[in-house]
Design a protein around this ligand. Structure first.
Ligand code: KG4
Ligand code: ZN
Length: 342
C-alpha cells in the first residue's frame, strides 16, 4: 500500500508486485477546488484536508480491492520533499498503521517516485537513464546508473516550470493550477509573435531558471494590455509555451549527449502537457535511446508510484531499519550532486 500526502493530493494505492505486477486500486482526493480561489496552495488548508480524508481513502481503497488491512504486506509513504504539515499527516497515519498492524514501512523520495511512475506500465526500462522531472515544485535533470544511484545534473535556481504556469494563471485570474488551462489554448496562437530567450547561468552552471519567463510574460501582458481569450493572449501563451518546452528539450538533449545511456524518462505533473509530449516524442523517435512518459494518471501526484518504488526499495535494502525514520533522514542522501560525464 502506497500513501502520498506531500502537496495537494491525498492518495492511497494498493499494488501487487512479484509474479503479477499491477495497480489493484487507487483512491485520490485532489484538493484543487479548495485552493483554486487562492491561485495557489494554502499549506494549512492542505494539511487539514489530508487529515480529514486519509482514513476514508484507506478504507475505500481496501474495499474496492476486496482486501483487508491484514492482507497488506508492505506500506510505503512519501517521506519528502513536500509541505511539512501535509507530509506529517501521511507520516503519522502510515506509522500508526505500521505499528498497530506490524506491517513493515518504507519511506520513499517523492521525486524519485515520479521517475518510477513510468515503470508501472513499462517494466523493461533499461539503465542507465536520464530523467527530467517537471512538476509544480521541481524542475531537475537526473542521471541514474541504476534505480538507487541518482545524480543531480540540473535543478532550478528559482521557480519550477509548473509553478510559473500556475503563477501566470493566477495573474490572469484563471485559478489554480495553470498547466491544464494553458495546455489546450496554445494551439490557437502564433508562436512567432513574442520572443523569449533561453535563460543562461552567469556562473556557467547547468541549472535551470524560470523566473525570467514569468517576468517576461507579465511584462508583455502589461505593455500590450493583454486581456484573456483575445488573439494576442493566445499568441503570447503559444510563444511562451513553445519556448519553455524547447528550453526543457534542449537541456535534456544536451544531458543525453553527455552520457552513455539507454533510456530517457520525463515525469511529473508537467509531463502531461501535450506540446511537451509531442516535442519529446519527435526528438527521440529515430534515436537508439527510448523515451518513456508516464500514463496520464501517473503524471501528477499519485500513490501508485510511491507503492511501486517502496517495493523496489524494500527488495534492494531489506536490512534498513524501516520504522525508525524521520522526515529528513536517509531518503534524500540517495541523491548525489555530482556530474559524471562519459
Ligand atoms: O507532479 P505534480 O502533481 O505536483 C508536484 O509534485 O509539484 O505537478 C503539479 C503541476 C502543476 O504546476 C500543474 O500546473 C502542472 O503540474 N500540470 C501541467 C499539466 N497538468 C498539470 N502542466 C502543463 N500541462 C498540463 N497538462
Ligand atoms: Zn509531485
Amino acid at each position: 500500500m502506497g500513501i502520498e500526502s506531500s502537496c495537494d493530493e491525498t492518495a492511497v494505492s494498493i499494488v501487487e508486485r512479484g509474479e503479477k505486477n499491477g495497480v489493484i486500486n487507487e483512491q485520490i482526493k485532489s484538493q484543487i477546488p479548495l485552493h483554486s480561489k487562492y491561485g495557489g496552495i494554502v499549506p494549512e488548508i492542505a494539511s487539514r484536508n489530508h487529515y480529514e480524508v486519509i482514513d476514508h481513502l484507506t478504507f475505500k481503497v481496501l474495499e474496492k480491492s476486496n482486501l483487508n488491512i491484514n492482507d497488506i504486506d508492505l506500506l510505503s509513504l512519501t517521506q519528502g520533499p513536500g509541505l511539512i504539515g501535509s507530509l506529517l499527516v501521511g507520516l503519522c497515519f502510515a506509522k500508526g498503521l505500521s505499528f498497530s498492524r506490524k506491517i513493515p514501512i518504507v519511506p520513499v523520495d517523492h521525486i524519485n517516485a515520479h521517475i518510477e511512475s513510468v515503470f508501472i506500465d513499462n517494466q523493461d526500462i533499461q539503465y542507465p537513464l536520464i530523467a527530467l522531472v517537471v512538476s509544480g515544485g521541481h524542475t531537475s535533470i537526473f542521471y541514474q546508473a541504476s534505480k538507487f544511484e541518482t545524480e543531480v545534473l540540473s535543478k532550478t535556481r528559482d521557480d519550477a516550470v509548473g509553478e510559473v504556469l500556475d503563477k501566470i494563471a493566477k495573474f490572469y485570474n484563471f485559478g489554480y493550477p495553470g498547466g491544464p488551462i494553458f495546455d489546450g489554448i496554445y494551439k490557437q496562437g502564433n508562436k512567432e509573435r513574442f520572443s523569449f530567450t533561453f535563460p543562461r547561468m552567469s556562473d556557467g552552471s547547468n541549472d535551470f531558471s524560470f523566473s525570467g519567463y514569468k517576468t517576461a510574460v507579465l511584462k508583455y501582458s502589461r505593455e500590450f494590455r493583454i486581456r484573456v481569450n483575445t488573439q494576442i493572449f493566445y499568441d503570447l501563451m503559444s510563444s511562451f509555451l513553445h519556448s519553455v518546452i524547447d528550453y526543457l528539450l534542449k537541456k535534456t538533449s544536451s544531458a543525453v549527449k553527455d552520457f552513455d545511456i539507454k533510456s530517457v524518462v520525463v515525469a511529473g505533473g508537467v509531463s502531461r502537457n501535450s506540446l511537451l509530449r509531442e516535442k519529446f516524442t519527435k526528438e527521440f523517435k529515430n534515436s537508439n535511446i527510448t523515451l518513456y512518459l508516464p500514463s496520464s494518471q501517473y503524471c501528477t501526484d499519485n500513490a501508485s508510484m510511491i507503492a511501486w518504488l517502496g517495493y523496489e526499495k524494500y527488495m534492494k535494502f531489506p536490512d534498513l531499519d524501516l520504522f525508525d525514520f524521520s522526515l529528513n533522514s536517509y531518503s534524500r542522501a540517495l541523491f548525489k550532486h555530482k556530474k559524471k560525464v562519459k
